[in-house]
Design a protein around this ligand. Sequence first.
Ligand SMILES: [Zn+2]
Length: 273
Amino acid sequence: MWDAVDHSCGFDAFLSVLWNLTSDRGLPWLSALSPDNDLLQSVSAAFLLAHHAPEYLEIGRDALRDKLVVIDPNAFPRRGTTGIVLTELVRVLLRRPHGFGSAMTHCGTCSNLVRHVPDLISTGLWPIDPFWWRTVFPQSPSVSAQEFVTASLDTPLSVPCSACGTQCAVSHELTSVPPLLVMESLPGTTITPCETVTAVVSGVSVCWRLVGVIYFGWRHYTSRFMDQQGLFWYHDGVTTARYCIRESTSYNGAWLSNARSRTHSHLVYEHID
Ligand SMILES: [Zn+2]
């Protein structure tokens, strides 16, 4: 339920997707997204209580906000009508100490070991770097989720060597499977939804299915999630509060790109066997 005094819509949107996915899959699924992440585990503890007392959804959200404002008061303002950038929330909630892969190379000039660990390796978050986009998709304001995944894994990142400053091409690869992929989509660098995306992890083709979408517009975030029967539900902390509205019965990428005059800002994919 939206906090009209201290605007909470970014939290409401992402946490409602996690809450609904967790309701179908169980709390161990949520905890396993990042077992050593104290912030995610505090959300899991609040969800456990909320099964019996729904007000713990808001109590848990506000406790999370109290912690985050101490960590980064600019990214996570606690009071007033300033919203958050949802990408920042995904990054802190899904970060894993050991990540999902490796990203390093030896400098061609001085042999120094050059490391650069992008979000997609450390968290399962796939944010958009506008400079990277202009290099990889120079003529395309929009690509599909599958094109984005493939290009992100196939394109080395240019990183300066910390010892000599030479620009080095750092390749990165996934060596374990992120249970969730959260892709950012921005105006002008838009990721269009695909029902599933695949990538190679340690030589094996792995598949993820779209199970959640976050929308942004008019300075407000809303969301949809897919239940285990494949039905899509809509949530808006302002208008639907603690409830979700049942909508479509089947996957439709164009329909999923928008909700109530808002455009998708994040796509949430879950690993499937
Ligand atoms: Zn060097």
